[in-house]
Design a protein around this ligand. Sequence first.
Ligand code: G3H
Ligand code: 13P
Ligand code: ZN
Length: 350
Amino acid sequence: MPLVSMRQLLDEAAKGGYGVGAFNVNDMEQIQAIMAAAVETKSPVIIQASRGARQFAQDRYLYHLILAAAELHPEVPIAMHQDHGNSFETCKSAMELGFTSVMMDGSLQADGKTPASFEENVEVTRRVVDYAHERGVTVEGEIGVLGGIEDGHGAGGTGLEHITEPDQAVEFAERTGVDALAIAIGTSHGAYKFTKKPDGSVLKMDVLIEIHKRLPHTHLVMHGSSSVPKDLQDIVNQYGGKLKETWGVPVEEIQLGIRNGVRKINVDTDNRLAMTGAIRKVLWEHPEKFDLRDYMKPAREAMQKLVSQRMREFGQAGHFGDYKPASIEEIAAGYRSGKLDTRPSLAGAR
Ligand code: G3H
Ligand code: 13P
Ligand code: ZN
C-alpha cells in the first residue's frame, strides 16, 4: 500500500471513536518496532520525523525505510508526518520528499524557541495549508505553546505559560483550515513533565474538552504525551542511568482526551526510555559484548512492546482494515471540492 493521507486516518479514527499514536523515529530499528507493533495489533500507523531526526538520519534514508515498511506490510495504512515543522520551507521540503502530512508549528518562530504572535502563526500556517492541500497533504497546526524542559522543540518553561485559549483556537481553525490542531494543555516534551502525578492544576483537560465542544470537526492533537512509566525509569536507573524521579501524562488522561476529540497522540520519550533501558541492561550485564545486534534487538523489542501497548490503549488496534485508503490525488480532489474543508463555519454547515 502506498503511504496514505493522515487526514483520512484521523477522519476514520473520529468515526470509530479512537486515537492514533504518532511515534517518532530516527532510525531503522524504530521504524521496524512500530511496524511489528502495527502488525501485531492490526493498527493503522503514523510515523513521524522531527527536523532533528531528518538531519540525524539524512531524511532520504528515513523516507526509503518507510517505503520499505509499506512494501513489506501492504495491509497497514501508514501516514508519514513531519513533526514540528518550523517554517514553510521545512514543510515544503518534507512534501517534496514524499511525506503525506506536515505539522507547521507556527506557535514558535522559525528558531523553534521564541513564541510567535497569533497573526504570524495564522499567516505561516495558512500558507502551508494552501500549498499542502493542493497536493493532498494533511496539515497539523499548533496554537498555544508547549513547555520544553529538556531537549526537543519548545519554548522552555513548565507548559503552563501559554495554555491555548479556546476563542483563539476557534479563530485559528477558521482562518487556517488546518486538518488537525495541537493545543497546549500543560504538557511538555521530554521526560520531566510533572513533579507528581498530574491533576487539573497542571494538566488542563477541561480546556481540551471546551475546545472540542467549540471545534467538533477539527481533530485535536496531544503533544508531549509520553507517560514516562516508572518501570521504564527504573530499568534505566538500575543499569547505571541517572534519571530523576518524574511523572508523565497518565494513559487514563489521554483516554479522556480521546473521548473528547483527540485523534493523534505524540509519543517519543517513552520509546527512548524503553530502548535505552534495554541497551543499558545488555551492556551492564555483558560488558564483554560489542556486536550492536546484541543490544539493538532487545531495544527494538522493548519499543515494540511499548508501542503495541499504546496502540491498544489508544484504541487504534484492530482498525487497520476498516477502510480503503484513498490515493493522495483523491484527497487533493476532496480539498479542491470543499468536501474536506474543516473551517468551523463550513464544516458545521455540512
Ligand atoms: O518534539 C519532540 C520530539 O520528541 C522530537 O524530538 O527534536 O529531539 O527529535 P527531537
Ligand atoms: P514526548 O516527549 O512526551 O514523547 O512528546 C513527543 C512529542 O510531542 C513529539 O512531537
Ligand atoms: Zn511535539
